[in-house]
Ligand binder design. Structure first.
Ligand SMILES: C[S@@+](CC[C@H](N)C(=O)[O-])C[C@H]1O[C@@H](n2cnc3c(N)ncnc32)[C@H](O)[C@@H]1O
Length: 326
């Protein structure tokens, strides 16, 4: 039987989509709420250092609370912040990223900034209907068509068409290739003839714009099929199918890295900090902050930071950091 705790005042947001509340001095990470709300919460899980819970009644709502447009919000595990309008979501992402990175981080809106932005959806099937998973569960919710899905998804940057395997990685937001390549080029300021590394390069998105700028580009990516596509997509660059952590990277004038959520880690950061400019594209400000701290040990400092709301209605945020020799 679940424990319901009544009239709990919610404190600040935590990285990961929940907000922090305290019950009898103990921290509870609560889903489905927002800072300042007065709620009744259900305790879902009690762990040694904290508990997890869900808001089951909102007694005093956040001023930006809205009725979630999707009938499956709160049940399906996909959108955890649909109960807030997009501007309030960005304000919370900014607060979380600023806290983790130790500098002010404004999160820019990117159109579409609410629904219809997702380039790729992976549905399961439930009784023949497209379905998504419930939060932290193998159970399925038959959702039909998810509201996040883009009406006209494109695997494309400007006129350049990229080949991607059906289950391979491509940036989830329709505008992400444009927004992220612009930020990376702005930070790196590539010049013809410079050497450039594109690490965790997928099918060669950043390699393409660096090669177009006249750089000698080397891409490294662990997925062999992605590397085969990168070679077709960007014939001017060379690509290696390798674990970045095990690759001998050598010196480069410019580096862009776009690792998965767990980040690059201290070993890779040490390999990269050899005097060039580094643009670090990250979908998790916590691991980005850890890797920036590692870079500081190897003589680098933060030269700039941009953040974009490339995952509206979820707690996720995309950051691009410039790292330069200090
Ligand atoms: C966030 S995606 C970025 C892809 C690409 N930069 C883009 O924008 O399309 C991360 C990529 O890192 C690759 N990857 C994950 N771990 C890796 C590792 N240890 N070494 C090399 N590639 C890795 C994944 O296969 C994936 O393609």
């Amino acid at each position: 039987m679940s424990l319901i705790v009544e009239r709990v005042r919610v404190a600040g947001p935590a990285n990961g989509g929940s907000c922090v509340a305290r019950v009898d001095g103990r921290v509870v990470f609560v889903r489905g709420t927002a800072p300042g709300e007065l709620i009744n919460l259900r305790v879902d899980e009690v762990l040694s250092k904290y508990s997890r819970g869900t808001a089951v009644a909102i007694l005093e709502p956040h001023p930006a609370r809205r009725i979630p447009p999707c009938p499956f919000a709160g049940v399906c595990g996909g959108c955890d912040w649909q109960h807030l309008d997009p501007a309030a979501q960005r304000a919370l992402k900014s607060e979380i990223a600023s806290g983790l990175l130790g500098v002010p981080v404004g999160v820019a809106a990117v159109e579409p900034d609410d629904f219809g932005w997702r380039t790729r959806m992976k549905y399961a099937s439930c009784d023949g209907k497209p379905a998504l998973h419930k939060y932290r569960s193998h159970e399925l919710v038959p959702v039909g068509r998810c509201l996040l899905e883009a009406a006209n998804p494109q695997t494309r940057l400007g006129d350049r068409v990229f080949q991607v395997a059906p289950d391979g990685f491509w940036q989830p937001h329709v505008a992400a290739p444009q927004v992220l390549t612009e930020a990376v080029l702005d930070f790196l300021r590539p010049q013809p003839g410079q050497s450039a590394l594109d690490l965790y390069c997928g099918v060669g998105l950043f390699a393409a714009v660096l090669a177009d700028a006249g750089c000698q580009v080397t891409g490294v990516e662990g997925n062999r099929e992605a590397v085969a596509n990168a070679r077709r997509n960007v014939p001017a660059a060379r690509f290696f199918a390798q674990d970045v952590g095990k690759a001998h990277l050598g010196k480069a004038d410019l580096v862009v890295l776009d690792p998965p959520r767990k980040g690059a880690g201290a070993h890779v950061m040490r390999e990269l900090c050899t005097g060039g400019r580094i643009a670090y594209v990250s979908c998790d400000p916590a691991t980005l902050a850890r890797d920036i701290r590692a870079a500081a040990e190897f003589g680098y400092e933060l030269g700039g930071i941009r953040a974009f709301d490339l995952f509206p209605n979820t707690h996720h945020v995309e950051c691009v950091a410039l790292l330069i020799p200090s």
